[in-house]
Each structure stands twice: as C-alpha cells, then as structure tokens.
Design a binder for this molecule. Structure first.
Ligand code: HEM
Length: 491
C-alpha cells in the first residue's frame, strides 16, 4: 500500500496543474503556427521561406516537447499520488528547466529564424543557412537543456519505482514469467517503464547529436558523417513521439478501471507484448531511412520487421484490454471514457496509416508526400492529445466530478474531433495525390494538377483548423469552470 499523505498529494496536484496550465497556453499557439503554414500553402497569406521553415521548426519541436512534457507530468502525478512518493523539488526542477529550454527554442526560431526543421538534416544547417550561427547555438543549447531536464525526471521516477518494487526487472514484469508468488504490478507502472527507459536512450543520443552540432558551429572546419547524424536524429525524434504516446496509454491503463469498475490485470500476455515493444521500439526508427541508399540494405529490411514488431503487440494487447474493460461494463459515457475511446481510435487509424507507409512497396510512392505528416498527426492529435484532454478533465473536475455529465465539455470535444479529422483528411488526400511534405508553397511544382490540388486542400484544411480552435475554446471554458468550482467547494 502507498503511504502518501493528503498534504503531499495536494502539493503534487499543484505541480501537475502548473504543467497543465502551461500546456493549455502553449498548445493553441503552436496550432496557430500550423494554421499559418497551411494558409501559406493555400496562398491565403504570404510568408517568406525562412519564416515558414522557422514556424515549422518551432511547431514541430514545440509540439513534440510540450506533448512529452505533459505526458510525463501526468505519469509523475499518477505515480506520486498512488504508487510511491516522488521528490517534489526534482519535479519543479524539471518544470523550470523545460520552460527555460522552451523559451530559448522560441527565441532561436521565432526571433533568430533558426529554420532547420526538427530533423535538421546535417550538414545543411551549416551550408549557406539564412540565419545566424548564434540561432543554431541557442536552439541546440535549449534542446539540450530540455533533454537534461527530462533525463533527470525519468531517472528519478524509475529509481523510486525500482526501489518500491524491489528491482528494475520487476518493473518490466519479468517476475510474472517465473514460477512462485510475487507482488502484483500495476499496469500503469509496467507501461510507464516501457515508455520511459527507451526515452533515456533517446535523450542521450539526442544530446550527443546536438553537442556535435554545437561543436561544428564553434569550429566550422569540423565535419561528421551525415548518415550517422541522420540515424541519431531519427532515433531521437521517432522515439520521443512514440514514448509520448505510450505515456498517455499508461494513464489509460491507470484510470479507465475507475470508470468500468474492473481491474486491469497484468498477466503473461501483457508482459510479453509490452516487452516485445520495448525491444522493437529501439530499432523501429530505421523506416525513416528507407530512401538513404548509403544505409546497408539488410538494415532496411530489419527496419520494416522492427516497425511491425514495435507497433503490433502493444497496440493489440491494449485494444483488447480496452474492449474487455468496456464490454458490458455499464459504464456511463462521460467525457473521460469518450476521450479514451476516440484516442484509441486515433491511435489505431494513425498506426494503420503508418504501417502502410513503412511497407516498402507503398513507401516508394508515399515517401515525402503529405501522407507522412497525415499519419503521425493522426495518432498525435487524435490519439495522445485526446488522452491529454481526458486526463485534464479528470484533473480539473476531480475524482468525484469527472463521473458527472459534462455537456459543454462534450460540445467542445465533438467540435475538436470533427475539425481535427477534417484537417487530417486534407493531409491524407494530399498525400494520395502526390503533394509533397515540407513545401512552403506548391507554386514551384511543375505538374499543374498537383500544384492546384495542394493549394486547394490546404485552404480546406485551414477552415477545419478554425473548427479545431473553436472546439478548444469550448473545452477550455468547461475545464476552467470545473476547476474554479472545485476551488470554491474546497475553500
Ligand atoms: C491542429 C493541430 C495541428 C496543425 C494545424 C498542424 C499543422 C502542421 C503543418 C501545416 C505542418 C507542415 C506539414 C508539411 O507541409 O510538411 C506540420 C508539421 C509538423 N507538425 Fe503539426 N499540426 C498540428 C498538430 C501537431 C501535433 C499535435 C504534433 C505533435 C507532435 C505536430 C507535429 C508536427 C511536426 C513534427 C511537423 C514537422 C513535420 C515534418 O518534419 O515533415 N503537429 N504541422
């Protein structure tokens, strides 16, 4: 049993609310950058190239960063209030460092015009860049600061859990594979571990890669192997996005049983599935390098096998788990289970579109088209972001309030879902029609049809983004009224 007292829980609540409010401020601002990108692609506004790519860099890195931060903060909160005590000082240290890193990145991109994209394709940022070297340096240092903060937070959390469950391997559920009695492991802890350990590798590799960038920015005669740096960048980026999703899935394992009143047990199948994902996820990033012909061919095939391997077991066992939780449970479809169900759906649709893209035969046609942003925007926006809003409703309404009907919240939710799927459909349709990704506008495309279709679909997408923003506004209204009501009641 945990021995966390009420005072401690209140303090942890304050910390997670600080993260939550920061997320709620930053998230729509980053969407607005996305809106401007689509308006530019649709020729409604005119951004110069550097500005467009600076927006895209901030949008991509900012979204990945802010989503991982709130996903991690949510895990921290659930573990610190239900499983084992965590050091609040470390929690605030991570928050302040991430915030400083984020502000540095915003300065480097939005003022310094650092516009290399999240992928930074080495050595391009050092070849005739349209921004000052200092912007590359500020942005790299800011990203390193955020990475260090997350590393500290993850190490602290895993250390506390390992202490609580008698060793690291017990967190992976390996005791279930041996005979004999053992303490039950909450599914939340298993999934949190599988999400966070690969995160350690990702942040270390990311930090080394950024330090190499920094070194070259100070000493231009230096040069590194571009293929090695590309492998490092995609190892870091792919992993960050994947583990963000798994952190959110961890909440689902932890919180859905409160609504269905059914225990979500860890058993051998769950342990094997998540451990398989734990292994495969390390190599799944290789599918980003299918077009890099310098990469050995055998590694390309491994990339395909590991991509299937990382996606299928965890997804299948979680989907079946959710069905087993919900089926005939007489649960009320309040806002939390609704976000979980739709979040799962977004994960499945985006995951399926990703599997299509990682299949080499399709990848030759879809690679570098808008199909790629389509699939990862699906599981981020309609997967993890929905889990996040479910969690925020849970947090702001309180453990009692969340079971009550929330009509306003649901209106906001439906507007958000309709707007987001509309926006995503335009990405998919563009991908099928061969519209390239990462193009500031489509005017230079010689195939007239692609040029016109790309711009037209971008304009439709922009209209759906307005619906997304409206949905957010309504959800914010509902969230903050719930929070204020709770405050008044407790006062
Ligand atoms: C309604 C919300 C969003 C809008 C309107 C939006 C819009 C966009 C647009 C227009 C692009 C440029 C695509 C291209 O032409 O290649 C883009 C790229 C990107 N977005 Fe979003 N986005 C949204 C949500 C998200 C979320 C939730 C994430 C989470 C990680 C995200 C991460 C990224 C990344 C990493 C890129 C760069 C992609 C690349 O390197 O090709 N976006 N987004």
């Amino acid at each position: 049993m945990s021995t966390i007292d009420q005072v401690e829980k209140k303090k942890e609540r304050k910390l997670v609310l600080t993260w939550a409010v920061t997320f709620l401020i930053v998230f729509p601002l980053l969407i607005i950058l996305g809106l401007f990108m689509r308006l530019n692609q649709g020729r409604v506004v005119e951004l110069d190239y550097t500005q467009f790519y600076a927006f895209m860099t901030m949008h991509g890195l900012g979204m990945a960063g802010v989503l991982f931060s709130i996903a991690f903060a949510g895990l921290w909160y659930l573990i610190s209030t239900r499983i084992t005590k965590l050091n609040l000082g470390v929690g605030y240290f991570v928050y302040v460092l991430v915030l400083l890193g984020f502000l540095g990145l915003a300065y480097g991109t939005m003022i310094g015009n650092f516009a290399a994209g999240w992928y930074m394709l080495y050595p391009l940022p050092f070849k005739g860049a349209s921004w000052a070297v200092s912007s590359t340096q500020i942005s790299s240092v800011s990203l390193i600061v955020m990475g260090v903060a997350w590393l500290v937070g993850i190490l602290h959390l895993l250390y506390a859990l390992a202490k609580r469950y008698g060793g690291f391997f017990n967190l992976l559920g390996w005791q279930y594979l041996r005979k004999g009695e053992h303490e039950k492991l909450p599914a939340l802890v298993l999934v949190a571990t599988i999400a966070l350990v690969p995160g350690i590798f990702a942040f270390l590799v990311g930090a080394v890669m950024l330090i190499m960038f920094l070194l070259q920015s100070f000493e231009p005669t230096l040069s590194f192997d571009p293929l090695l740096l590309k492998n490092m960048t995609f190892f870091f980026g792919h992993m960050l996005v994947n583990i963000t999703l798994y952190c959110g899935v961890g909440w689902v394992y932890g919180l859905l049983p409160e609504f269905t009143k059914r225990e979500w047990k860890v058993d051998k199948v769950v342990v094997y599935s998540w451990n398989a994902t734990f292994f495969f996820i390390i190599f799944a990033y290789l599918h980003h390098l299918y077009m890099d012909f310098a990469q050995p061919t055998s590694v390309q095939y491994l990339g395909q096998i590991f991509s299937y391997g990382s996606a299928i077991p965890a997804t299948a066992v979680t989907m079946f788990g959710v069905i087993a939780q919900v089926y005939h449970s007489k649960m009320k479809w309040t806002i939390f289970p609704l976000t979980v169900l739709f979040g799962m759906m977004g994960w499945a649709i985006g995951g399926f579109a990703a599997i299509v893209d990682t299949t080499i035969a399709f990848n030759t046609g879809l690679h570098n088209t808008l199909w790629v942003p389509a699939h990862f925007h699906t599981y981020m926006l309609m997967g993890i972001v929905l889990f996040i809003f479910g969690f925020l409703f849970y947090l702001f309404s309180g453990e009692e309030g969340i079971h009550q009907e929330n009509k306003l919240g649901k209106v906001g939710f439906w507007l958000f879902v309709v707007g987001a799927y509309g926006f995503l459909t335009m990405f998919y349709l563009s991908g099928i029609n061969g519209v390239p990704r990462r193009f500031a506008d489509y005017q230079g495309i010689e195939a007239g049809q692609v040029k016109e279709i790309g711009a037209q679909l971008a304009r439709y997408a922009a209209m759906f983004i307005y619906v997304v923003l409206l949905g957010l506004l309504v959800m914010y209204w509902s969230l903050f009224t719930k929070l204020l009501k709770r405050k008044e009641a407790s006062a």
